[in-house]
Design a protein around this ligand. Structure first.
Ligand code: ADP
Ligand code: MG
Length: 836
């Protein structure tokens, strides 16, 4: 039997899910499909697999010998949860494993397997009955990722099939159990969808001991781009004025997060950071011949909250958000946590800065709201020491290496407060212990995709009300908490959509359609999607697959080529490139290119050179306007330090573009060939982080590209008979002939992404007169085959940079991606050579 460490056993017993073990296990035993919904942090992900394990699932000698599979939308969650469950299972820890695209520790001993959804989908293609499994848990189903939706559609059928087979030959087959786990959000899309589940599955709602969270709206919503500085000052106020408890900040992306972390660390250095600073200071002073005693650290700590009066066993969803009470029992405005109130006239300037603009509306999500709370002591009021208490600031976003992401689970150093600055990864799948304050910008960066124009863009926009409420809930895990929303309640009510749109509506779906065809689900329009994509989006995907030769053109059935393409864990157009790439010794190059295209542009952007560039919108405009904005800010009077920083940045920029030019080669014809060059150069020079810095590429991207190269090399070796390819770490650059073949192979994968220069295509440019001035001299319109709207070569492209004027821009190009910001940008461009 399982022997757990004592502290683990104590923690488990506290989790709401723990009390429901019997009910959950009975429901699973009696039903083929069960929906389990519960507040984030209630123990679903860590406990349910253990319940199943202890009930004998996955035990080769039991009646449910198949293993327990759990899917996660994100790699980090799959790895960190496997880690945690392994730890919790004590003496059986080694039976837990994870499998994600680049990493696995699955073995013969594995009985509990955490994996990404993509991994299970791929297994389905080769074993539709999932014979290895006795139970599959699809976790975070509320997120409605594309893969979750597809999995649920397929699994609903697999469950029925296994049930039927088990009835027919019980000695050979066992039924498959499906458990759908979700945060407390919109489960009706699964439960009340008769095409998905003709018999509605039972729903178990785990009652969680969520503490009350009080919401404070800004009176006014900051202007676009201002939310970042607003966040910094809000966190500073919380830290200086409010009692102990971690702070969790929701922002939209890496650039903003890096900026906010930097500002906060400067303002509230940790003990170590300050000792280092003080040491420097000391040395300087000693150098001047003066002596000075080292100062011990002492912090100002606000007193702990005296009363836990805010605590209430009220479920969030039971409370009408619109029906709140802002008053205490005495009829006073309950302003203890109103950070911007001007009632404390003794606060120093910085604290009440902006007080007029942002007097919050206090909103108490509890019936117990009439209980007063002891007023926290303001920092600095009676201290002998002017050091601000340290803040332990940690970033959390998906491009951050996994080991750094795991840091958020560890307690902060003694005497400092934890502050995690995150994207929406912290919304539901990862629960950070000890969070009491949430600062929510209400914004999220989401990939959006227009199936009509095939335009993909990353847009920053308001998240949904549901997501914002999830974020709020993060403050109420450990005790009563507070959520500071950097936007007004009017914006929340009028402009936030209720729910986010499922990903299937926002993504290219040709990969999914190919996977379905490979599973012989021919009629994709009849597939039981939880939310079906439009018929035209499905048709478009089928058309692209037919072009690529993956489907036959009359019946739409998968071809041998299509079946081969479906074994590669990359987009169908990239799989096609791998298969046609077997000429003139080009395969190792094509594999590298496909790996890079799948992982994404490895280069650090120019705007990331400047740690102070906080405005992601400016950054996303690319090189356009960048020089201008520098010039503008220079016009203002700057200190000599600022001047020095600017000069340093200018030098860095020059080095950056120098490296880019070197990688592009003497006769630049393709961004993708430039990527290939950097992969070769990187590996040749030893593939270290130092090499990454030299070439301005992201270490994480480079290591993923390397792993994917290895994986694709093995797959090609295995599935393409007669091909002999090995991964050469010291890949020599391709010859001229090979370069030209590679460009044809790129064209084969992107033949629907060809664009012809406007003047060649007979396009009349309405802005021609003013365009060269307004857009920069190489901003020439290109025409694609499916849209009236012109596209422009992105200014970061080697094609753009190396052109010597509008006339020397290539006549035809192929691009891998379109991005819409101020206009439609063609990215990762390759020249189509008419002389081929
Ligand atoms: P749910 O899936 O319902 O959101 P989880 O099972 O993920 O809940 O989390 C249950 C508890 O386990 C949470 O309080 C969380 O903080 C804790 N937890 C999860 N992973 C770790 C970890 N790696 N280290 C410490 N605590 C963890
Ligand atoms: Mg979970």
């Amino acid at each position: 039997s399982v022997n757990r460490p004592e502290h683990i056993q104590q923690q488990r017993a506290q989790l709401p899910v723990y009390a429901e073990e019997q009910q959950i296990m009975e429901a699973i035993a009696e039903n083929p499909v069960v929906v389990l919904s519960g507040e984030t942090g209630s123990g679903k992900t860590t406990q349910v697999p253990q319940f199943l394990f202890e009930a004998g699932y996955g035990d080769p000698g039991s009646s449910n010998p198949g293993i327990i599979g759990i899917t996660q939308p994100r790699r980090v969650a799959a790895i960190s949860m496997a880690h945690r469950v392994s730890e919790e299972l004590g003496n059986f820890g080694s039976t837990v494993a994870h499998q994600v695209r680049f990493d696995t520790n699955v073995s013969d001993k594995t009985r509990v397997k955490f994996m990404t959804e993509g991994v299970l989908l791929r297994e389905l293609a080769s074993d539709l009955l999932l014979t290895k499994y006795s139970v599959v848990i699809t976790d975070e189903a509320h997120e409605r990722s594309l893969n979750t939706d597809i999995l649920l559609g397929v699994l609903s059928r697999v469950v029925r099939l296994r049930h039927k087979l088990a009835l027919e030959s019980p000695d050979k087959h066992r039924p498959l159990k499906l458990v759908i786990m979700s945060a407390t959000l919109r489960v009706d899309d699964f439960v009340k969808n008769a095409r998905l589940f003709p018999t509605p599955p039972p729903v178990i709602n785990v009652q969680s001991r969520q503490h009350s969270v009080r919401v404070h709206f800004n009176r006014r919503t900051p202007a676009p781009g201002q939310h970042v500085s607003e966040v910094v000052s809000k966190v500073a106020k919380i830290h200086q004025r409010l009692p102990d408890g971690g702070i969790l900040v929701f922002l939209t992306g890496q650039a903003e997060i890096t900026y906010v972390c930097k500002k906060l660390r400067e303002q509230f250095p940790t003990l170590e950071e300050r000792l280092a600073l003080e040491q420097q200071e000391e040395q300087r002073k000693q150098a001047r011949g003066r002596r000075r005693g080292t100062r011990g650290a002492s912090y100002n700590k606000p007193t702990a909250m005296a009363a836990n009066g805010l605590e209430a066993g009220v479920e969030n969803e039971d409370v009408d958000i619109g029906d709140y009470d802002m008053f205490t029992a005495d009829g006073e405005l309950n302003d203890d946590f109103k950070l911007d109130s001007d009632s404390d006239s003794e606060e120093d300037e910085e604290i009440i800065l902006g007080g007029d603009d942002h007097e919050e509306t206090a909103l108490l999500l509890s019936e117990n709201l009439k209980t007063a709370v002891a007023k926290p002591k303001a920092a600095g009021s009676d201290s002998e020491d002017d050091h601000p208490a340290p803040l332990f600031v940690l970033p959390l976003y998906s491009l951050l290496p996994a080991d750094q992401q795991l840091k958020v689970f560890a307690p902060p150093p003694a005497g400092s407060r934890l502050c995690v600055v995150a994207t929406n990864v912290a919304e539901t799948s990862i629960t950070i212990p000890g969070i009491r304050y949430v600062v929510d910008t209400g914004l999220a960066k989401e990939k959006s995709y227009d199936a009509q124009t095939q335009v993909q863009s990353f847009e920053v926009g308001w998240t949904s009300q549901a997501s914002s409420n999830q974020r709020m809930g993060r403050a109420g895990r450990t005790g009563p908490g507070h959520c500071y929303r950097i936007f007004s309640s009017a914006v929340f009510n009028d402009q936030f959509p209720k729910f986010s749109e499922p990903e299937v509506m926002r993504m290219p779906i040709e990969g999914v359609v190919l996977q379905m065809k490979a599973m012989n689900l021919d009629n994709v329009t009849n597939f039981p999607f939880p939310t079906p994509p439009s018929r035209s989006a499905l048709k478009k995907a089928e058309r692209l697959l037919t072009w690529l030769g993956a489907l036959d053109s009359n019946k739409g059935r998968i071809t041998d080529l299509g079946r081969l393409m479906s074994v590669f864990p990359v987009a169908p157009r990239f799989a096609k490139m791998l298969i046609v790439g077997q000429q003139h010794g080009c395969l190792p190059y094509v594999i590298s290119i496909v790996a890079a295209l799948s992982v994404g542009d490895p280069f650090i952007k120019e705007f990331n050179l400047d740690p102070d560039a906080s405005s992601s919108t400016l950054a996303e405009m690319g090189a356009f306007g960048c020089e201008e904005s520098v010039a503008l800010s220079e016009a203002k009077n700057m200190t000599s330090e600022e001047m020095a920083a600017k000069e340093q940045l200018r030098v860095k920029r020059r080095q950056y573009w120098g490296a880019q030019a070197k990688l592009a080669g003497a006769d630049p014809t393709s961004d993708i060939l430039k990527w290939l060059t950097v992969i070769g150069a990187f590996e040749y020079a030893g593939g270290t982080d130092a090499v990454c810095a030299e070439y301005y590429v992201r270490p994480k991207a480079m290591s993923e590209i390397r792993k994917l190269r290895g994986q694709l090399t093995n797959l090609v070796q295995m599935y393409c008979p007669g091909v002999d390819v090995a991964m050469d770490p010291r890949m020599p650059p391709p010859s001229k002939l090979q370069q030209s073949v590679i460009r044809q192979i790129i064209l084969a994968g992107f033949m629907d992404h060809v664009a012809v220069r406007g003047d060649v295509a007979g396009y009349h440019d309405p802005d021609e007169e003013s365009s060269s001035k307004k857009r920069g001299m190489h901003a020439v319109p290109y025409i694609t085959m499916w849209s009236e709207e012109p596209v422009f070569v992105h200014p970061e492209s080697v094609t753009y940079i190396s052109a010597r004027g509008a006339g020397s821009m290539p006549q035809a190009i192929v691009f891998s991606e379109l991005q819409r910001t101020t206009r439609l940008w063609a990215k990762a461009v390759t020249v189509v050579n008419t002389k081929w």
